[in-house]
Design a protein around this ligand. Structure first.
Ligand SMILES: [Zn+2]
Length: 75
């Protein structure tokens, strides 16, 4: 690896997904070809809340900025 923009950083999250088409990160403005997925685990909730127990965030592999977050939908 000789990409100077991406120094050796340990992988974050538990999964990496390739983008079908390279896209520009809205945080660092670099074109990325994959994203990391990090799980969201609920640790506190109002007892009347019907929010899902978990979710995930989509993270840029270069700047680690959060690009998107979603609750529920994943086992
Ligand atoms: Zn980025």
């Amino acid at each position: 690896m000789t990409d100077e923009r991406a120094p050796e950083v340990p992988p974050i999250g538990e999964a990496e997904y390739l983008l079908e088409t390279p896209l520009k990160c809205s945080c660092c403005q670099q074109v990325i070809s994959s994203v990391f997925i990090v799980r969201l685990l609920r640790v506190r909730v109002n007892f009347v809340s019907s929010l899902p127990r978990r979710g995930h965030v989509v993270v840029c592999p270069l700047c680690q900025g959060i690009l998107s977050a979603e609750l529920g939908g994943m086992a």
